[in-house]
Design a protein around this ligand. Structure first.
Ligand code: ZN
Length: 375
């Protein structure tokens, strides 16, 4: 639709009010943005960085997308934008070709100083020590374009402890015109005291889903039924960005069939567990054992987690649609057994990657589930 809509779409609708409450005239040197993983914090921070670097009309708090600075930013070349992110997250930065087929690494590869040897999988999940050191050393020099300089660190948890200590020192005596945008899923007290805290809220289900369905429609070839999107959305705890990412990843890897099998199996599993004491666990295990084991375990964990919170008078987080079923089941469930079952599931998840006999393990877990409701 309208181009304005498109331009603003970098910020998820449920984060718009967080944005409009920002006082651009009076921003602190360090902002700690926290909130559940997968709800759009990263996209929010990238847009904020761009707005802070924009050299266009400053009356509008949005980046103008017209000026030289915005152009540099959009092409991934702004010298005063210093993203410290693991290899695995580079594809989300500006100019990275994350919807196309090209290798996503290309985006910020120039920052690597030719350090191509550290391609170990483990390394990729950490923020490079080398890059962090270079960035912090560079702080003593003024910004390249004479305006702000933005250092975006995500996820903060992936900064190694020696890097984190150097960072803490810079936060104590922040260089002029430098703004740190730090993103975390959970807040660390040592960092918190030196930053302004911004809390990114989780979207309500309706809003998150409508946003997600819009995104899915925008991706050519990604044909997923709305009801399937809803199932996956609930499965992943209402984090739209995570859902979108996994849908796109699976689509690209051509794992559509596997995904379909897993969704169907997960539905069957939920239906079966809704039966409580009447669950036919042999039949259920037989019907679902072709699906990915980890997917099924996650479904069970979410269901049991909802069952626990409903039993204690709370609300279901994952399956609000099944509130009445959960209420009925929780009346007959033995709480001590429920806790034990939870432990069994946690145990099973530790070994989910080498399931020797899915079906037998599923049978064992589901028969244990049935026992929850026998007095
Ligand atoms: Zn601009």
């Amino acid at each position: 639709m309208p181009t304005n809509e498109r331009e603003n779409s970098h910020i998820a609708p449920w984060l718009q009010s967080l944005w409009s409450n920002l006082d651009f005239q009076n921003l602190p040197n360090a902002i700690l943005l926290h909130g559940q993983s997968g709800i759009g914090k990263f996209a929010f921070a990238v847009e904020l960085a761009k707005a802070l670097l924009c050299e266009g009309s400053q009356t509008n708090k949005r980046p103008c997308n017209q000026c030289e600075a915005c152009h540099w930013f959009n092409t991934g070349n702004h010298p005063d934008f210093i993203p410290l992110v693991p290899e695995t997250h580079r594809k989300l930065l500006p100019h990275a070709d994350y919807e196309g087929d090209e290798a996503p690494k290309k985006g910020r590869a120039a920052r690597d100083d030719g350090d191509g040897a550290t391609s170990e999988k483990k390394e990729k999940k950490n923020i490079s020590i080398e890059e962090t050191r270079t960035a912090i050393e560079g702080l003593s020099i003024g910004s390249h374009r004479g305006g702000n300089r933005i250092i975006l660190i995500y996820p903060l948890e992936m900064l190694r402890s020696d890097s984190a200590n150097t960072l803490l020192k810079s936060l104590e005596e922040p260089p002029p015109n430098t703004i740190f945008l730090l993103l975390v899923d959970r807040v660390l007290p040592t960092i918190r005291s030196r930053c302004r805290l911004l809390t990114a809220p989780r979207p309500d289900r309706q809003l998150g889903l409508s946003w997600l369905k819009g995104r899915v429609q925008d991706i050519p070839g990604l044909n997923i039924a709305d009801s399937d999107i809803e199932t996956i959305y609930d499965e992943q705890g209402g984090a739209p960005y995570s859902v979108l990412e996994s849908l796109v990843a699976r689509h690209n890897k051509d794992e559509k069939d596997e995904l379909t099998i897993s969704i169907q199996a997960s539905r069957y599993l939920l239906q079966s567990m809704s039966q409580g004491a009447r669950i036919n666990w042999l039949d259920a295990a037989e019907k679902i054992n072709k699906a990915r084991y980890s997917f099924l375990l996650a479904t069970m964990q979410r269901w049991v987690s909802d069952l626990q919170s409903v039993a204690q008078g709370g609300n279901p987080r994952y399956y609000p649609k099944h509130m009445s079923t959960l209420q009925n089941l929780s009346k007959n469930a033995n709480l001590a057994k429920l806790l034990n079952f939870w432990k069994s599931l946690t145990q099973a998840r530790r070994h989910e990657n080498h399931p020797l006999a899915n079906r037998i393990q599923l049978e064992a877990l589901l028969s244990q589930y049935q026992q929850l409701f026998s007095s």
